[in-house]
Design a protein around this ligand. Structure first.
Ligand code: CP
Ligand code: NVA
Length: 323
């Protein structure tokens, strides 16, 4: 049982159960099931969320999700707290642990969320760092499983930067034994240590994990095509980066190589006209808003799992999701 969620492979052991729990709980909640509507594992608990960068989906999905699980969400914006000005990450972790039942943290340097976790006595969830975005990957794979419940022979493909979102997506696909291809321009490959972890998972499941510099080759016969912005938060100074991504836009021409029933995914926010065209974003096969909604359900499952008060497994037993 993981103590914290810094990268998605921290919950490798129970990942499939976490996703199935989220899928079942979402269905029950939406059908007004009384048990789901009265499931409050975070009762009497405040959950604090620190943001060093802007957020729409992460902030709203955590605030609403914490509330639905009976907890009290506390959003802590960087400019309003002492962290990074007169207080260290470690001291902040020690203080917040005295008040909160869990902490979520969106930061620049991944080392900061790791340090927060190392000094926190309550679960810490990485709400995006420069290296990982595990909450996004949980929502992404939940969405993939909803749309492809029979995932045999499924191929997921990434086109774009070797960034935080790709890192957790490739780990998550490896963890579920889903074939994964990723295309990136030379010089923008994903981090070698993450690729190695993802390949180990894929090898264990006998699934494929393959990198390409040619987007058309990666996309060939893919069922899911995923992209993200070419310039991430914190990289705004890298003015020349955009031009290195010529040919990596997800458009209808590129999708001619995909399976005819392709689905398009994007973590959002999307820069329409850069990494993806309007035509693809607004296509009937685009499932980007399902993904956005699933941030909340996946995070509810992750929070109930990480607070480890028995409620998650009791609810799982009741839903018939093997724990
Ligand atoms: N996908 C995602 O993390 O979105 P926000 O930056 O709006 O939270
Ligand atoms: N790669 C993007 C993801 C935003 C949700 C970033 O880090 O800015």
């Amino acid at each position: 049982m993981a103590e914290h969620l810094l990268a998605i492979d921290d919950v490798a052991e129970d990942f499939e159960d976490i996703l199935n729990w989220a899928i079942e709980f979402k269905k029950m909640w939406k059908s007004d099931d009384e048990i789901a509507r009265n499931f409050f594992p975070l009762a009497d608990m405040a959950v604090g969320s620190i943001y060093e960068k802007p957020s729409t989906r992460t902030r709203v999905s955590f605030e609403v999700g914490i509330n639905r699980l009976g907890g009290y969400p506390l959003t802590l914006l960087k400019n309003d707290i002492q962290l990074g000005k007169s207080e260290t990450v470690a001291d902040t972790a020690n203080v917040l642990s005295r008040f909160l039942g869990a902490i979520t943290y969106r930061c620049f340097a991944h080392a900061d969320v790791a340090e927060l976790a190392a000094n926190s006595s309550v679960p810490v969830l990485n709400a995006l760092s420069d290296k990982h975005h595990p909450c996004q990957a949980a929502a992404d794979l939940m969405t993939v499983l909803e749309h492809f419940p029979n995932r045999s022979e499924l191929k997921v493909c990434w086109v774009g930067d070797g960034n935080n979102v790709l890192h957790d997506l490739m780990l998550a696909c490896g963890m579920l034994g889903i074939d994964f291809a990723y295309a990136y321009p030379e010089g923008y490959e994903p981090a070698a240590d993450v690729v190695s972890r993802a390949e180990d998972f894929a090898d264990h499941h006998g699934s494929k994990m393959q990198g390409y510099n040619d987007p058309a080759k990666a996309v060939t016969d893919s069922n899911v095509i995923y992209t993200d912005v070419f310039v991430s938060m914190g990289e705004e100074g890298l003015k020349d980066k955009m031009s290195d991504f010529d040919g990596f836009q997800v458009n209808m021409k590129l999708l001619e190589n995909a399976d005819e029933n392709w689905k398009f995914m994007h973590c959002l926010p999307a820069h329409r006209g850069d990494e993806v065209t309007d035509e693809v974003m607004d296509h009937k096969n685009s499932i980007v808003f399902d993904q956005a909604e699933n941030r909340m359900w996946a995070q509810m499952s992750l929070m109930a799992y990480l607070v480890d008060n028995g409620a998650w497994s009791a609810m799982g037993d009741m839903m018939g999701v093997g724990m």
